[in-house]
Design a protein around this ligand. Structure first.
Ligand code: PLP
Length: 235
């Protein structure tokens, strides 16, 4: 199962049945550099039956000779994955677990989810933003100019171009970093909160930043394309 981002939400007492269902998987890919807040990079595969890893990866070329020490067979990590020489990535993950513990992760992950939910309601109440989805710590939305509603092919195609350009400008502005998602053919802005330093004031500042850049991009694009001129009284 791919739990790269979401699997760690399974620690929450109120985790959804879908997420709790991960316990039935034979193997789960997870990324501690996402929701365990480890520094990049620390990928991790949890495998129920380690014997399968040995059967897949173990090999014994003549120049690999690691003898028993005090009659104990050495644990050769190269027999459990594609790498032999490897960095000690597990250390930073283990230190995070030691530092904040299970309860610390429950609190930080819950905080991120609450911030994303808060973002959804602020965006939903904004005249020029359309809230689209909210799940775990991901909220998607898009900018819609006051005189447009979306729906028609022409408007939807314009809104997609507008939001795509908005995202590029937002990212290079350095004010906030969002990524994108495409939902039902709509190009959306996607906020994914996986940093324990993200605060409520960051979340509250975001809609105004997005709306300001949205207005600028809308103006520039209409001037260029001569699109969606306000209709004249006679038409
Ligand atoms: C981040 C992510 C990946 C990519 O994983 P990396 O190890 O960061 O390259 C794959 N699948 C999902 C669902 C992800 O969230």
């Amino acid at each position: 199962m791919d739990g790269a981002y979401g699997a760690f939400a399974a620690c929450l007492p109120n985790a959804s049945v879908e997420i709790k269902g991960l316990k039935h998987a034979d193997s789960i890919a997870t990324d501690p550099h996402k929701w365990l807040y480890s520094p990049l990079e620390a990928g991790c595969a949890l495998v129920r039956n380690p014997q399968l890893l040995l059967e897949t990866f173990s090999y014994h070329p003549t120049y690999y000779k690691f003898d028993e020490i005090d009659k104990e067979a050495p644990l050769n990590y190269y027999e459990y994955g594609p790498q032999n020489s490897r960095g000690f990535r597990a250390l930073k993950v283990w230190m995070g677990l030691k530092q904040v513990g299970r309860q610390g992760y429950i609190e930080m992950i819950s905080d991120d989810i609450h911030l994303a939910q808060r973002l959804y309601s602020i965006v939903d109440a904004h005249n020029n933003l359309e809230a689209i989805t909210q799940y775990l710590s991901i909220t998607t939305f898009r900018y819609i100019p006051t005189d447009l509603e979306g729906g028609s092919d022409k408007e939807e195609s314009y809104l997609n171009k507008l939001n795509e350009e908005l995202l590029t400008r937002l990212q290079s502005s350095g004010e906030a970093f969002l990524s994108n998602a495409v939902i039902d053919d709509k190009f959306c802005l996607r906020a994914c909160i996986v940093n324990f330093r993200t605060s409520l004031s960051d979340i509250e500042a975001l809609p105004a930043i997005v709306a300001r850049i949205g207005r600028e991009v809308d103006l520039a694009m209409r001037q260029e394309a001569e699109l969606f001129k306000p209709s004249s009284p006679s038409s």
